[in-house]
Design a binder for this molecule. Structure first.
Ligand code: FCB
Length: 443
């Protein structure tokens, strides 16, 4: 076995990512609270509840954990329903809490990356039609102005909207997220409003903070046709690739939102990203399935032979990470891996998954593609949307009954990587020996 250390570029950001509703607890003024209290929406009727109790102050101890284990950045999100509890009311105290979080990170030498929208909306907004209503663009802009004015002293890295593609598909196509609809026309209308909202936010943040770096985070899904001889597999993969992966990032580059089935011109969105944020988790094989209810959604299967996460949610396909970065490189912008991780309560696959995915990030960085950082999802187990607490993505585990954190072996692997700014054969041998041959093949 060859002995080596693969180093990352100087100044590389190493962090974890979280989002408000998933970690804060007691968010009772947003649409997910309503969703969780609607029977049948969340697995086993589970609720976010106290989550990781960040709103009760435990963010501080979790930031201690991140800092002590060598992280120099953290991605967190702002809960719109806390900042603006009613259409005509701003909560300055809530704004201060986020200001404290950003300042605290900065003082620790950890760059704050602030997400402005991560799936949740204030109840009052949804009562006005939410993202189906074009008015929401202006309402979002006002909220962004408020937050950016308050946080610009401490934070200059911004994600406007997290995974607009997942937000649209889960909320308006699959129906697993609120508002739980199955309506492609509405889905496309929401997509367009999100592009407009991103563009407005981009301009406001730059007006307030000229040095800001503003982007969004796309959920890049690697989609591979199952059978070369079957043109419909390829066609289905192309449609999904355009609708899901490309549409949004291309729209905020060119000002044209091309959803394959429909094109909308949004000229004000052209050139409104300073970096491209990539959330990569896994790959799907696309295989025409005429027996499924929905030809697009039911034609995806797990890649054969890949190791699977405990609930079968994520297949370990590191090559897809490389593919996502190659695709991102096509935008000719700096790249941040804004999320990557695996649900794995026993932590049996996570060390290997992490090492193998970071190896691919390192390969891509060696082509001088401008990869600036990596944020592992997540710091501590948190509420996984419609999958509730059945999926555990944390480096640290969480006992929800006691709020006790459980240090998984992956904590130590990731700490060694962050501190070294690199990944070595020694680390892989110690934490993920199964990955040794793939990452450090015999000479
Ligand atoms: C992403 C979401 C994030 C988390 C991870 C596992 O799609 O952005 O909130 O749920 O998946």
């Amino acid at each position: 076995m060859s002995e080596a250390t693969f180093h990352f570029p100087r100044g590389f950001l190493w962090g974890t990512a979280t989002s408000s509703h998933q970690v804060e607890g007691n968010n009772t003024n947003n649409n997910w609270y309503v969703w969780e209290n609607t029977p049948g929406k969340i697995i086993e009727g589970q609720k976010a509840g106290l989550a990781c109790d960040w709103w009760g102050g435990r963010w501080k101890e979790d930031f201690d954990r991140a800092q002590e284990t060598g992280q120099n950045a953290h991605r967190f999100s702002i809960e719109w329903s806390r900042i603006q509890p009613k259409p005509d009311e701003w909560d300055e105290d809530a704004l201060h809490v986020y200001g404290d979080m950003a300042r605290d990170l900065a003082h620790r030498g950890m760059a704050p990356l602030v997400t402005l929208h991560h799936f949740t909306d204030p109840i009052w907004l949804t009562e006005k039609g939410g993202w189906e209503n074009p008015e929401t663009v202006n309402l979002f802009a006002a909220y962004v102005r408020k937050v950016a004015s308050a946080l610009k002293e401490y934070a200059s890295l911004w994600v406007t909207i997290n995974e607009p593609n997942v937000f649209v598909v889960s909320g308006w196509v699959e129906g697993a997220f609120p508002p739980g609809k199955h309506d492609l026309n509405l889905a496309m209308r929401v997509y367009a409003n999100l592009v407009r909202a991103h563009a407005a936010a981009y301009k406001i943040i730059h007006e307030l903070q000229p040095e800001a770096q503003v982007g969004m985070a796309i959920n890049y899904r690697s989609l591979v046709p199952a059978r070369k001889w079957m043109p419909l597999d390829g066609l289905l993969a192309n449609i999904q690739n355009q609708f899901f992966n490309n549409a949004f990032p291309a729209a905020i580059t060119t000002g044209k939102l091309d959803m394959y089935l429909k094109k909308i011109s949004i000229p004000e969105a052209a050139k409104t990203q300073d970096f491209i944020g990539v959330n990569y988790y896994s790959r799907d094989i696309v295989k025409l399935n005429l027996l499924g209810g929905n030809i697009l959604l039911d034609s995806r299967i797990a890649p054969e032979g890949a190791a699977m996460s405990p609930t079968g949610f994520i297949a370990n396909v590191p090559a897809g990470m490389y593919e996502s970065l190659q695709w991102a490189h096509g935008f000719n912008l700096p790249i941040l891996v804004t999320e990557n991780g695996i649900e794995d309560e026993p932590d049996t696959l996570r060390p290997r998954y992490t090492a193998e995915h970071l190896h691919q990030v390192w390969r891509a960085a060696n082509f001088n593609w401008r990869i600036k950082g990596y944020f592992h999802w997540s710091l501590v187990d948190n509420f996984e949307w419609e999958r509730g607490w059945t999926q555990r993505f944390g480096l640290w585990g969480l006992d929800t009954a006691t709020q006790k954190r459980i240090r998984r072996p992956s904590v130590d692997l990731y700490a060694e990587i962050c501190k070294e700014n690199g990944i070595s054969s020694e680390m892989v041998r110690k934490y993920a020996p199964e990955a040794l041959e793939t990452i450090f093949p015999p000479a």
